[in-house]
Ligand binder design. Sequence first.
Ligand SMILES: *[C@@H]1O[C@H](CO)[C@@H](O)[C@H](O)[C@H]1NC(C)=O
Length: 340
Amino acid sequence: MQKLLQCLFFLSLSCFCSFPSSAFSRNPNRQFSQANNYEGSSDLVDLRYHMGPVLASPINLYIIWYGHWNPTHQSTIRDFIYSLSSPAPYPSVADWWRTVRFYTDQTGSNITGNIVLSGEFYDSVYSHGIYLSRLAIQSTINSAVTASKTRALPLNPHNGLYLVLTSSDVRVQDFCRAVCGFHYFSFPTIVGVTVPYAWVGYSGSQCPGMCAYPFAWPDYSKMPPPGAGGVGGSNVMRPPNGDPGVDGMISVIAHELAEVSSNPLVNAWYAGEDPTAPTEIADLCMGVYGTGGGGGYVGKVYRGTWGVVYNVNGVKGRKFMVQWVWNPVTRRCFGPNALD
Ligand SMILES: *[C@@H]1O[C@H](CO)[C@@H](O)[C@H](O)[C@H]1NC(C)=O
């Protein structure tokens, strides 16, 4: 049964991938209708290593803030990035990243636990307009590394990772229709070198019901929201940092960072036969945030003050809600808030 569902999953992915990319669908409908729940161990997941590199060296992460950004949202996102390799009370964001570190390359090197926010670039002039194609995301990286000397980000092909974040008013090809974020690698003809990058859009105004799950809920789902009857009479879960769009984005950023690290050149860790529509380590666990999660239920997570919902701790007392990722050793989805 799950095999069949996986086939449907691949079909649904391939129909919107017009060129090789590791875009993912976060269509909440799939979370309800297809058993995308591998919280329990499954022998049917054929996640395999395809001999390419993983991000094993300490990562220098560069953020490109494209468009007009709310400074409060920016600090939430920065604190999440800092939390990836900083201590915080268990279960922490860094504890969550430990599952990602189980992936190795053919030299036996694990994915790094060291992710440093090494530069930020503010593209507040919308250098490539308010509509970006998938390829134009690479052009925004090129603009950031070729800007005037005082502002430019370094072009770092050794251990650089570029994260392009688009503001609420920026439309991106396939955003809100098929994807909430994607990762890929740059072409030397556009950026000068091959560097891994990821893009995530702010969905708070364009499609919270699709990309800010579980803090927003699609009306068309005809399913009850996950927090119904639970959180303070509200019918959706309350975001831990006060904004459904940015708290939803955090989990998408986590998803993309896990996948770009384990499959940066789209030739390392993925399931399925088709590299143009790979199923990667976070795709396998979409919608799962705690024990028992899947099929529209987020799983066992924590309730904080004011009814906020979260599953990991970060720096400065922050709380975040991040989806689980596939553990290659136990062959199941896992997060540090697991009850078993
Ligand atoms: C590296 O990966 C191997 C294989 O998954 C695992 O046994 C080991 O614990 C990992 N090391 C770290 C530091 O995560």
